[in-house]
Design a protein around this ligand. Structure first.
Ligand code: SAH
Length: 276
């Protein structure tokens, strides 16, 4: 499904014990990377982590040791008194490029701590588009090493030497890889057992079935003259399931012909594609 290297054989995952009163920064794994899924993030902005990942369900799971996070501050590996991490692009042009030798020292540090089957990814607008299948794949590994670019990006030789898989959040350009890394980690961690608890079902939502999710409603029953569809208040579970399935199909067909085509192909009904 993805361009990630094939998974290595599974390994038992243990639980990390953590003191109850940790602050978000303490939560970030330090010397011992426990036997839990661990994201190691090489970044020029370690203070951006855990960021939103330290809140709500992912934050609770981080505190409970269901997963771990460690930042590797790129600046610490910089050259000279000013800890330089970048230089001007060979061949000229605007901006600065992160140096391969500096990036390599940070990556070596991450790789030395990584345990098990841990893909190495570079956040990059040139990469393969991140999606739910890739999140599921990553969740099944032992963790991930993420390299966040900044400025004009990184020296190509770093990508080649470490065989980094480039992963993009979408067809737009961010200032740095940190927001993309957090999005990727969030989507991955929420698929792990016990992270969502009873709050959500990862099974029924968008993309898990290959369809977009049906519309959701909650109280009040009538708002601004708009009523909740009667079937949802009927208590008739079979009818509700049928309605939701029909709505999911309608929305997918309307908004994402690409997903709809893939869905029909999976069901062995590719000929219905011609309707589109
Ligand atoms: N000059 C580059 C863009 C650099 S943006 C180009 O044209 O391709 C700086 C950094 O932000 C990148 O190195 C990458 O790590 C991150 N970034 C920007 N857009 C991204 C996206 N869509 N997905 C993932 N990471 C992105």
């Amino acid at each position: 499904m993805s361009d990630l290297p094939p998974p290595r054989p599974a390994r038992a995952l243990g639980r990390k014990s953590i003191r109850p009163s940790l602050t978000p920064r303490d939560l970030m794994a330090d010397e011992d990377l426990a036997n839990v899924w661990t994201a190691q993030v090489v970044t020029l902005m370690p203070e951006a982590f855990p960021g939103v990942l330290g809140l709500s369900l992912t934050g609770k799971a981080l505190k409970e040791g269901l997963w771990a996070l460690r930042t590797i501050p790129l600046r610490e590996f910089g050259e000279g008194r000013h800890r330089n991490v970048d230089d001007t692009p060979a061949g000229g042009g605007a901006g600065m490029v992160l140096r391969a030798d500096v990036g390599a020292k940070a990556l070596d540090e991450a790789i030395a701590r990584a345990r098990g089957d841990v893909p190495r990814l570079l956040l990059s607008p040139r990469g393969r588009r991140f999606d739910q299948a890739m999140a599921r794949d990553l969740a099944s590994r032992d963790g991930v090493v993420l390299f966040c670019g900044r400025f004009e990006g990184v020296d190509e030789r770093l990508i080649e030497h470490y065989g980094l898989t480039e992963v993009s959040l979408g067809d737009f350009v961010l200032t740095g890889g940190e927001i993309a890394a957090q999005a990727l980690i969030d989507a991955t961690v929420r698929l792990m057992p016990r992270v969502l608890g009873n709050h959500h079902s990862a099974e029924e939502e968008s993309f898990s079935s290959g369809l977009l999710e049906y519309p959701q409603y909650t109280k009040p029953a009538v708002w601004e003259g708009r009523a909740i569809p009667e079937v949802l208040l009927s208590g008739h579970h079979a009818r509700i399931t049928t309605w939701r399935q029909a709505e999911a199909e309608r929305l997918t067909k309307e908004r994402r012909p690409d997903l709809w085509r893939a869905h029909l192909a999976k069901l062995g009904r590719p000929e219905e594609d011609r309707e589109l």
